[in-house]
Design a protein around this ligand. Structure first.
Ligand SMILES: N[C@@H](CCC(=O)N[C@@H](CS)C(=O)NCC(=O)O)C(=O)O
Length: 339
């Protein structure tokens, strides 16, 4: 598996071939897109992006080798995802995109199902056919997904939609060293201007200014409370079967979808709040098991770039120094999550 960077070079292929694609592309009328490729599987992804991590874990678990195209996001340096070259791969400027024999598959929850469906026996293990087990996989995969156009709406229904709000403090520390001119490029070219607007606001406010902005704080608190309910529900899975993984003894796509959620909570310094000091012991034990899987290191931990690591340190420091910030996030001493 190659995980290094690769600049995208997309030759002009003239008229696209009429080949159906999976995922949202079909709904958007982009189904004719064909991507020049040299390998059966290629992945356009970003080291920090939640949905990209899901694909890297999935492909590692399925033992599918792929050609890696690392695309920067503003959080990791600059808006490569809305540059001309990448918009030819995904006109919405979003990551990840899985390319199979030149066909792009969009939407990470569809991509992992597609990959498993192509992966023979190992694929059937990760995506069991047995209807009751499959229903459990679908339920937890869906809960961890980011669906629709508004990533911060629907946090009550899906843990995936709690993630952007809970990542705001980390975004604020990561964007600190990104020049304003890079964010301005996003304001000009991003298909969804709200996204660069949020980064502009976070850059201007800084982590210490975040606590004073009511709409941001409301979003964080709502995401935090909804995530708490999702984790409580997740913990109940182990009351049912007491085995290692979400559906029982087998690691499935449900676990692929959840390892990245728990990793982001840890990355954005929420792990102590949600499962520290004996809170949610089943979730805490599950998180430990997830980190022990051979896929976790290469697909997630070792791919974490310097910008993320720096942002994580800055965030802990800011919280240690700023009581108002801690109190606004609900993580001040004595105001921790319920057991
Ligand atoms: N529903 C999509 C969500 C894709 C998405 O929002 N990706 C984020 C990274 S996790 C992205 O590309 N953001 C780019 C930007 O906001 O500029 C999926 O599951 O693949």
């Amino acid at each position: 598996m190659k995980t290094g960077r690769s600049d995208i070079e997309i030759p002009d292929t003239g008229e696209p071939e009429a080949t159906p694609a999976w995922g949202l592309a079909g709904c958007l009328g982009e189904s004719d897109i064909r991507i020049p490729h040299t390998q059966e599987w290629e992945l356009y992804h970003n080291s920090f992006s939640l949905c990209s991590k899901k694909l890297r874990v999935c492909l590692a678990e399925l033992e599918i080798p792929y050609r890696s195209h690392h695309i920067d996001l503003i959080e990791t340096g600059h808006y490569e995802n809305v540059g001309r070259a990448y918009l030819k791969i995904n006109p919405r400027g979003l990551l990840p995109v899985l390319v199979h024999k030149g066909r792009p598959i969009y939407e990470s929850h569809d991509e992992i199902v597609y990959a498993a469906a192509q992966a023979g026996k190992r694929g059937r293990e990760l995506l069991p056919k047995q209807p009751e087990t499959r229903a459990v996989v679908d339920q937890w995969m869906d809960c961890a997904s980011l669906k629709g156009d508004n990533p911060v709406q629907g946090s009550h229904e899906r843990a995936g939609h709690c993630v952007p709000g809970l990542t705001l403090p980390l975004f604020a520390t990561m964007v600190r060293t990104i020049p304003y001119r890079e964010i301005a490029k996003g304001l000009l070219t991003h298909p969804n201007k709200e996204r660069p607007m949020v980064f502009l606001a976070l850059k201007t406010l800084g982590i210490h200014g975040l606590a004073g902005v009511t709409p941001f704080m409301k979003l964080i608190r709502r995401s935090r409370d909804d995530m708490g309910h999702h984790l409580d529900a997740l913990g109940k899975q182990w009351e049912r079967h007491g085995q290692a993984w979400i559906t029982g003894e087998r690691f499935t796509l449900a676990d692929v979808s959840w390892v990245v959620i728990l990793d982001r909570l840890a990355e954005a310094d929420w792990d102590e709040y949600f499962w520290g000091e004996g809170r949610r012991p089943a979730v805490s034990a599950y998180w430990k098991r997830l980190r022990e899987r051979p896929s976790y290191g290469p697909a997630i931990d070792e791919s974490r770039g310097d910008s993320v690591r720096r942002g994580m340190v800055q965030l802990k420091l800011a919280k240690a120094q700023n009581r108002k910030l801690r109190e606004s996030l609900g993580v001040a001493r004595g105001r921790t999550a319920k057991s």
